[in-house]
Design a protein around this ligand. Structure first.
Ligand code: ATP
Ligand code: MN
Length: 479
């Protein structure tokens, strides 16, 4: 058996009682021919492995370069040096995989996040990305734990679908048709009857519609999977492939929906604080250092840890779109024309500058906006009695903007169908969706939370490309 080792995270939180242990990992640094800083990804803390001078031969010492992989056996003793509680007094060292330290792209110094994006296959081995991806893992686990505790059923919705009924964004086409000899209809359009599925298909932009179908049987379900949007927006908050969590609940109205979303967000943040405090403190320090480079007025008022505790401990501000518009219209930012898009009338879609104004300047806390104009929202959202708005809700987070989008769904068949017709949604093709309204329809609601935006919020990383392992963005699909 090869895997007879103790993880470094576990060792460092145990008593240094001289017991013999085996560790394996990658060399971060090797100094004075004596001290290996060894890391195995279980924590950012390195284990100091001490090699007694003269005890190991020179050939071996030369191979202990940055990024070489090593197996070390020794005794865990209280550290003689400062900076760590315990260290490993090595009795045997074996190099598992050599590495040319000169050629290794990540030198033991600070690299820019941009540079590390080009080394995404190696960036896991840095402290920053070690912490980011352990926190990402913890949040993903907390998502499942939350819904499991509440009795929700985890539903796997299809990645390939024939509907973009949601109109959530540009889709990626899925086809096996040859590019050079595409079968054509008489009018010149592509004949998808010849295609693999016998019809035009695309990668899913959301699992919601399928989620609704299952909610009409299990009452409460959630999805957690990849979604794809071919939106050509090169922002720090958009990916072409991102993970979304979409709960869908029967017997919920809009308020129940917002309550669940708030409880959910608090729960997963609290889980990360309780289980990943070391990583979060590291990221908080990283963020503080990064912000020191910014002019005073661009720095945040609170550190990362304070911001997270604040969200866990305080209710989100809830207001309607209409109320938000009047706050924005009356704001100094609007009057002094500091917004790029000035707010002059009810009905416009909010830009991210407006969302950030509300969250970061006006309320200084996460904000839930409800009851948006129906003309800027999807067909399935429940129409309010005023004839102008729908029971939609967006949750806006500091530094990120929209993190959740959701609504109460239109459960009334006649209203749904007439809205679909108005919006040119193919009613006939959506027969399966409409069946839920035909056979035992109920008030129901749901939302979508962009997982990467959540990870950004919790880790304080300002670019979404730095919270997913291998980001997919316009003109970039390396790795
Ligand atoms: P935005 O206005 O920010 O583009 P949206 O209105 O298109 O968002 P929804 O269709 O409501 O977003 O999707 C639900 C959630 O998915 C959003 O609240 C956001 O957290 C996330 N999301 C949407 N588009 C992306 C993307 N391209 N990359 C990462 N996350 C996204
Ligand atoms: Mn969008």
């Amino acid at each position: 058996m090869f895997n007879k080792r103790t993880k470094i995270g576990e060792l460092l939180s145990s008593e240094p009682d001289n017991r013999e242990v085996t560790v394996m990992g990658w060399v971060r640094t090797f100094r004075n021919n004596q001290f290996i800083a060894l890391n195995d990804g279980s924590t950012n803390e390195n284990l100091q492995v001490v090699l007694e001078l003269g005890k190991f031969d020179d050939e071996l010492l030369k191979r202990l370069t940055t990024s070489a992989s090593v197996r070390a056996v020794g005794n865990l003793i209280p550290s003689l040096g400062r900076g760590q509680r315990s260290e490993l007094k090595a009795t045997a060292i074996e190099v598992l995989g050599d590495s040319d330290g000169e050629k290794y792209p990540l030198q033991p110094k600070k690299h820019s996040l941009e540079f590390l994006r080009e080394q995404a296959h190696l960036r896991f081995r840095t402290n920053t990305f070690g912490s980011v991806f352990r926190v990402r893992h913890a949040l993903a686990y907390a998502v499942h734990r939350f819904f499991n505790e509440k009795g929700f059923v985890y539903l796997h919705t299809p990645v390939i679908t024939a509907s973009d009924a949601e109109g959530a964004g540009e889709t990626f086409k899925v086809t096996t048709l040859p590019f050079d000899a595409t079968p054509r209809n008489e009018d010149g359009t592509v004949d998808f009857r010849e295609d693999f599925f016998g019809r035009a298909t695309n990668l899913t932009v959301s699992g919601q519609l399928e989620g609704e179908l299952a909610a009409m049987a299990f009452s409460e379900i959630y999805t957690f999977g990849p979604t794809f949007r071919a939106e050509n927006s090169n922002t720090a908050r958009h990916l072409a492939e991102f993970w979304m969590i979409e709960p869908e609940m029967a017997f919920y109205d809009l308020e129940d929906n917002v309550d669940l979303a708030e409880e959910f967000i608090r729960y997963i943040i609290r889980y990360a604080i309780e289980n990943n405090v070391q990583d979060l403190e590291f990221l908080a320090q990283r963020l503080a250092d990064e912000e020191k480079q910014l002019p005073q007025d661009k720095r945040s008022e609170f550190g990362l840890m304070e911001k997270l505790s604040f969200v866990v401990d305080n209710r989100f501000e809830r207001l309607t779109y209409t109320e938000a518009i009047s706050i924005l219209r009356e704001s100094n930012y609007n009057k002094k024309k500091k917004f790029q898009y000035l707010i002059d009338q009810w009905g416009v879609d909010l830009q991210s500058e407006h969302e950030r104004f509300l969250v970061e300047r006006h309320f200084k806390r996460p904000v839930v906006l409800t009851d948006y104009p129906k003309n800027i929202k999807a067909f399935y959202m429940r129409q309010n009695d005023d004839g102008k708005t729908v029971a939609a809700m967006d949750i806006l987070a500091p530094g990120i903007g929209e993190i959740v989008g959701g609504s109460q769904r239109e459960e009334r068949m006649d209203k749904l169908v007439s809205r679909m017709q108005e919006m040119h949604i193919p009613v006939k093709e959506m027969w399966w969706y409409l069946d839920t309204r035909r056979f035992g329809t109920v008030p129901h609601a749901g939302f979508g939370l962009g997982f990467e935006r959540m990870v950004q919020f919790v880790t304080g990383m300002s670019n979404i490309r730095d919270v997913i392992a291998f980001p997919r963005t316009p003109k970039n699909a390396e790795f």
